[in-house]
Design a protein around this ligand. Structure first.
Ligand SMILES: [Fe+2]
Ligand SMILES: [Fe+2]
Length: 203
């Protein structure tokens, strides 16, 4: 399988892939400049579907932050490794399932409708779709790190420390990437919905 970071699709320059991007370039900021974040909460076109979707994003941010905090505690030795594992593994599994479902709806339903509604921003949706692949890879690595930790628990204490470090480092990298994706996705999509109304999503 090609690496979406190292070999992004032809129309995505490497500096716009998830781990290199620092926000949208000017051509993709077309609508967010007209509808900056400050106006979103009180805009009459911010409907129930948008609020629900933003709420899902907040849930992902919170869960990611909680996972990171827990792995920091493990690294610092303030939580027993076995207790961490029992708490962490079901949550990372839940995270993987929920994010996969969320991305599926975005890739197959929302993005095609929104691209049709605002073709000038279509490159942004290709970039977000590529982000989804990278996020999925990142989640699989996190699951591997969780399994590595489970194996380390059976061995000497210094191996647990090493596995905890690996986990914490992959989580903080992942958290940064996911936050970048969620922020950029909102900056691309919410202004379209405010401009056209939620009918753009078939709502
Ligand atoms: Fe997304
Ligand atoms: Fe999303």
């Amino acid at each position: 399988m090609t690496d979406p970071q190292e070999n992004p699709p032809g129309n995505i320059p490497p500096d716009l892939t998830l781990d290199h991007r620092t926000g949208w370039p000017s051509d993709l900021r077309l609508l967010v400049e007209r509808y900056p974040r400050e106006v979103w909460p009180t805009h009459p076109n911010l409907g129930e579907l948008s609020k629900f979707w933003l709420g899902r994003h907040d849930m992902f941010r919170e869960l990611n932050g909680a996972l990171l905090q827990a792995s920091d505690h493990l690294k610092e030795g303030t939580v027993p490794a076995e207790e961490f594992r029992a708490w962490f593994l079901p949550r990372i599994r839940f995270f993987l399932q929920q994010l996969n479902g969320h991305h599926m709806i975005e890739d197959h339903e929302y993005f095609p409708l929104l691209t049709q509604t605002e073709p000038l921003l279509s490159r942004g949706f290709d970039i977000l779709e590529n982000d989804h692949e990278m996020i999925h890879e990142g989640l699989l690595s996190l699951q591997d790190a969780g399994n590595g930790l489970a194996q380390a628990l059976a061995g000497p204490a210094d191996r647990v420390g090493f596995a905890a470090n690996t986990m914490s480092n992959s989580l903080s990298g992942f958290l940064k990437s996911l936050n970048r994706h969620l922020d950029d996705e909102e900056d691309l999509i919410i202004p379209i919905l405010l401009d056209r109304g939620e009918m753009a999503l078939g709502g």
